[in-house]
Design a protein around this ligand. Structure first.
Ligand code: GLC
Length: 652
């Protein structure tokens, strides 16, 4: 019955759309809409069915999809069809990503275009350009406070520059990833301006309240995201004379998704950027999309419905475009952003693997893999046609969001262990060379996170200051070990710009009043291209890191078992310093790869008889793909060098 009703509704909607679109070839659009309409209607009804204007909003939703389809270029429509056929295309080991700020990387979008060959030199073929939409001059949370979702920030370029870059990238088979900040706008966005001027239509785009009553109730259960710089979750707006929900900074106004007009606006914006040539859209802060009093206002069921609906609508208009979920939440919650109770991804196809990232940092500090193994054992299996984004550093802080039970199972007391990690990475711990900076310290909860560039966190900065060659060598090894991990774990490795050259902390943010209180700026570098040239000069730090990474990336691309088809098994081994997992072939003819990482500064041994049937291979049959040599072995015992990583296969 319901299905029939939704089909007759579809016919009605299409009839009303006809005059506008009669001269278009909409066969693909109609087929996809027909296939997805039941789901779209059900989800939209679940979210907004109670409203008297539901039918009108539903009409607007379909119009939005149709209008954007009409505007989609022939070339992008062709790519959509190719990707529909080869639907697992993004699970391949061929993809290697890098995230960057265009301003820091090369000044402007045109600057990025001039440097595209740099990506290819390294082997990077997926480039995430962090927020490039227009944002206020002063503080803008690194571009995550958007004042115009359809314009490019003039400081980095124009829509034409972006289009030229997208074309250049497509010609070179590089994927473009762009951010869409779904959860909030800047307080200077047109919608916020209108709300401030008293327009009730736009006040309903946000959560605004005349008194403290509702905000006070919300506050009882909502945590603080930026406790030092933006305590609380509401801000008084003098002009509007109302409180407005601002979960992040006080100038970032949370959008009200219980209003279907907001949903439709944001879908339109997603499709707009899809039509500008983005292959993948990173959906920012997705855990926060739905607010419910009495909850933390994170990971609510409705947030998942919104994402499913965004996906289904995008499936109709731009099916080649993938979503990345930026949800830095507990492992059991993260996997739900692929889709709750689903078999294949039905919300976002890709999700940040913040769990693996934080666990890797734990191993760096403790020099063992106890918590890493424990945490990965409890990382839920990802869905089919879904994959992780594996990273070591990004533009944000490192949160120590491990599960307390995992910390205990690894043999530590949770509170003490977190304190140890914080002290270690901020260099307060004896024996630590790390030069991180605390971020988001919450005096009420004792919680804190860590900022810092990869190279500074692993001790390169201190080692250089002390002119300590051995420590320099160690830091480089750790940088390569960590990259070796994200390149082999399963998923898309996402490098962070500058790390491939060993870029250190940059303190220059301290003199900018709009940045000085946000320590994340310490690891958002400006690339010095003269210095980057040293990657061609043997012996330099840049050369040692860049060239080794480039080799590792090339080797990753050769190893088909590194494609992500849930083909990983973590091995429990006696030696606590080693993290050992196997990437096995689902197709017999590709040899498995055994990945062994040593987090200790001393060489460590592993008896391969502990690891499945690896002990049965006679000496000489095992090769290490990365250096491309036979590894050090004594009978069945493998010797893993200090901070070393091996990618082993048996050759017959
Ligand atoms: C995401 C971004 C972060 C930003 C926040 C609010 O977490 O990665 O940089 O501060 O969203 O937009």
């Amino acid at each position: 019955m319901y299905e029939e009703a939704s089909h007759s509704l579809l016919n009605d909607i299409l009839n009303r759309l006809k005059p506008e679109i009669s001269d278009q070839d909409l066969r693909h659009f109609y087929t996809r809409l027909g296939a997805n309409f039941y789901a779209i209607h059900t989800l939209f009804h679940r979210l907004y069915g109670e409203r008297p204007d539901f039918a009108r909003q539903m009409q607007r939703l379909v119009e939005t999809m149709a209008r954007q389809y009409i505007q989609r270029s022939e070339q992008l429509r062709r790519i959509d069809i190719e990707r529909e056929r080869d639907f697992n295309w993004f699970l391949s080991q061929q993809w290697v990503g890098m995230a960057l700020y265009s301003s820091g990387f090369a000044g402007t979008l045109n600057g990025v275009r001039e440097h595209v060959s740099y990506f290819q030199e390294l082997g990077v073929n997926l480039v995430h350009i962090m927020p490039l939409m227009q944002c206020p001059e002063g503080a803008s949370d690194g571009g995550y406070a958007v004042s115009d979702f359809r314009a490019v920030d003039p400081r980095v370029g124009t829509l034409n520059d972006l289009s030229a870059l997208a074309t250049e990238m497509r010609n070179r088979d590089l994927l473009l990833v762009l951010d869409v900040v779904l959860n909030h706008t800047s307080n200077e966005h047109e919608w916020a301006r209108r709300a401030r001027a008293g327009d009730p239509v736009y006040q309903d785009y946000y959560y605004t309240y005349a008194t403290r009553n509702v905000p006070d109730l919300f506050e009882q259960s909502m945590p603080e995201i930026f406790p030092e710089t933006a305590p609380g979750n509401f801000t008084w707006d003098e002009r509007m004379r109302r409180w407005v929900m601002t979960v992040f900074n006080e100038y970032q106004w949370d959008l009200n998704y219980s209003n279907p007009a907001v949903f439709i606006e944001m879908l339109d914006i997603i499709l707009h950027w899809a039509n500008q040539g983005a292959d993948i859209l990173r959906l920012d802060a997705v855990a926060f999309l739905w607010k419910k009093m009495g909850s933390t206002c994170q990971n609510e069921h409705e947030a998942h419905l919104i994402l499913q609906l965004l996906k289904d609508c995008t499936q109709v208009t731009a099916p080649g475009v993938l979503f990345i979920a930026e949800a830095i939440v507990a492992p059991v919650e993260v996997t739900k952003y692929f889709g709750e109770d689903a078999v294949i991804a039905k919300e976002c196809e890709i999700a940040y693997n913040a769990t693996f990232m934080a666990l890797l940092w734990d191993s760096v500090a403790t020099k063992n893999a106890k918590l890493l193994r424990q945490g990965i054992r409890n990382l839920p299996v990802k869905l089919d046609r879904a994959t992780w984004l594996n990273y070591i550093r990004c533009h944000d802080d490192i949160g120590l969001g491990f599960d307390d039970r995992d910390i205990e199972a690894a043999g530590y007391a949770p509170r003490d262990h977190r304190k140890y990690l914080l002290d270690y990475f901020t260099g307060r711990h004896e024996g630590s060379f790390a030069r991180g900076v605390p971020f988001g310290q919450n005096l009420k909860t004792g919680d804190a996170r860590i900022s810092g560039a990869l190279a500074s966190l692993v001790g390169l900065e201190t080692a250089l200051a002390h002119d300590d060659d051995e420590a320099i060598e160690d830091a480089i090894k750790v940088i390569l070990l960590l990259h070796g991990m994200i390149l082999s774990f399963g998923g898309i490795p996402l490098l962070y710009y500058g790390d491939e050259l060993g870029t250190l902390n940059d303190d220059s943010y301290l003199v900018d009043p709009h940045k000085s209180r946000d320590t994340r700026w310490v690891h958002r570098p400006t690339i010095d291209w003269d210095k980057a040239e040293r990657r061609n000069v043997p012996g330099t730090i840049e050369f040692r890191i860049f060239v080794a990474l480039k080799r590792m990336i090339a080797v990753r691309k050769e190893l088909e078992v590194f494609a992500d088809f849930n083909n990983r098994e973590v091995h429990e081994v006696a030696n606590p310093h080693l993290f050992v997992f196997e990437r096995y072939s689902l197709m017999r003819h590709h040899p498995s790869v055994l990945v062994v990482g040593n987090f200790d500064p001393r060489p460590q041994s592993l008896d391969l008889r502990e690891v499945g049937n690896w002990g049965q291979f006679p000496y000489g049959r095992i090769v290490d793909h990365f250096p491309g040599q036979r590894p050090d072995m004594v009978h069945s015992t493998l010797v893993v060098p200090s901070y070393g990583i091996c990618w082993l296969s048996a050759k017959w």
